[in-house]
Design a protein around this ligand. Structure first.
Ligand SMILES: *Cc1c(COP(=O)(O)O)cnc(C)c1O
Length: 411
């Protein structure tokens, strides 16, 4: 593969024009949109408008006049088609961690008589921590965490399990689980399923309704580009909505929040999953960021994501100097999300040196160098330049310099 091939790939890219909708810093190759999505230009003007016009001039009237009160549902409905959900099942609120607390509680109540929550050993830690916290609160008679290796999930789907809690794309390796098959197998044993879509929503086609999923959560600040600390979202299948309950019964989830009744009565809709007042500025940013998806076909996003990663792998393999980088992701693109993980003894320092040279990747303990591909704004030329910089950092041993070996608070 040579540079002409790269140019040809960018020329043929149907998503190429989307890059102009993002405000990307000069001289930077951003391969970390799987951790924090880049800034859509539309977000800048929207946030400025919300702050100065809506908040500044219209003050409290904006809850009605600028529909602040509808933001959680409005944003939820914009996310719904991206994850294969019909109307009335997705709402934007809180963080993934808090939403997991609500959904785990709901699922355990629905599946009374069973207490085990099955998850994977290397799931994203917050998912496991939330189960542990709930277990401490309720006691192990009502909630206990059971962990298995990712490849043994199927064998452990037994009829004493209440809830299967899985992240569709492994945050370290990028391994993509089969949502349809695992959901179906779990249902056969009476197990309810919660999928974490943190690394799937906006990265690949997700079909929650088609797969008959019970519950899901996902992230606003990764592939959906809502900005740092952007609110998350949750999904509850329509068929469960009249039966479910969740314990964070704040006033926004009340059937009539503005009746100020002393007695809690949950909303009949997905709105019962709201808790307190939405973060209007942050939710407005996500709302504007989601407009970028208008007219985008997720199948195009997936095809380009696979192509970008395949080119990256091919280029890494073509450089003998990168032989010490071991691909921890599968080579089989069908079983991969939109990121690649390589292990290396000096992964942390290599990552720091890359960042200094303008290639932003990230490091995940203990020894993983992670590259994320965001097809709306990553080009094939970015991939070409990133691999060349990597070659440079490794062959010159730039990473060995002491300044690249100091860890910051966030890695
Ligand atoms: C990023 C991520 C989270 C983040 O959770 P928050 O509570 O929103 O901070 C959760 N789960 C997975 C799998 C993630 O990748």
């Amino acid at each position: 593969m040579n540079f002409d091939d790269i140019v040809a790939l960018d020329k043929a890219d149907v998503l190429a024009s989307k890059r102009d909708e993002f405000d990307l810093p000069a001289n930077t190759i951003y391969l970390d949109g799987n951790s924090l999505g880049a800034l859509p230009k539309s977000v800048k003007s929207r946030v400025a408008q919300v702050v100065s016009e809506q908040w500044g001039s219209h003050l409290i009237r904006s809850w009605n006049d600028h529909q602040w009160i509808d933001l959680p549902t409005q944003v939820g409905e914009k996310i719904a088609p991206i994850i294969g959900a019909e109307k009335g099942q997705v709402i934007c609120c809180d963080s993934i961690s808090i939403n997991l607390f609500k959904l785990l509680s709901s699922a355990l109540i629905l599946n009374t008589g069973r207490s085990k929550v099955l998850s994977t050993q290397d799931n994203f830690p917050t998912d496991l921590y939330m189960v542990q916290g709930l277990s401490d609160l309720l006691g192990t008679d009502l909630c206990q965490l059971k962990l298995v290796e990712e490849q043994y999930i199927e064998q452990h789907l037994t009829d004493d399990i209440a809830v299967l809690l899985l992240t569709q794309v492994n945050f370290r390796t990028g391994k993509l689980l089969n949502m349809q098959k695992l959901t179906e197998l779990a249902h056969k044993k009476g197990i309810l399923v919660i999928w974490d879509l943190a690394h799937s929503a906006g990265a690949l086609p997700v079909e929650l309704d088609k797969c008959n999923v019970d519950f899901a959560v996902g992230c606003g600040y990764k592939y959906l580009n809502g900005g740092p600390g952007s609110p998350a979202f949750l999904y509850v299948a329509k068929r469960h909505q009249s039966a479910v309950k969740q314990p964070l019964s704040g006033w926004m989830g009340h059937a009539k929040p503005f009746a100020f009744d002393a007695q809690y009565e949950c909303a009949a809709s997905i709105n019962q999953y709201l808790c307190g007042t939405p973060s209007v500025i942050a939710m407005s940013a996500l709302d504007a960021a989601l407009d970028v998806w208008e007219s985008v076909k997720i199948s195009d996003v997936r095809a380009k994501s696979i192509a970008l990663a395949d080119v990256f792998i091919a280029l890494v393999h073509s450089h003998a100097s990168l032989a010490d980088l071991r691909l921890s992701s599968t080579e089989d693109s069908i079983q991969r999300g939109s990121q690649l993980a390589f292990s290396h003894n000096h992964a942390f320092a290599i990552c720091q040196a890359l960042i200094e040279k303008g290639v932003i990747a990230d490091f995940r303990a203990p020894n993983i160098l992670r590259f994320g591909f965001t097809p709306l704004y990553t080009s094939f030329e970015d991939v070409w330049n990133a691999v060349n910089t990597l070659v440079d950092v490794v062959t010159t041993k730039l990473y060995a310099e002491p300044r690249f070996n100091l860890a910051g608070k966030v890695t």
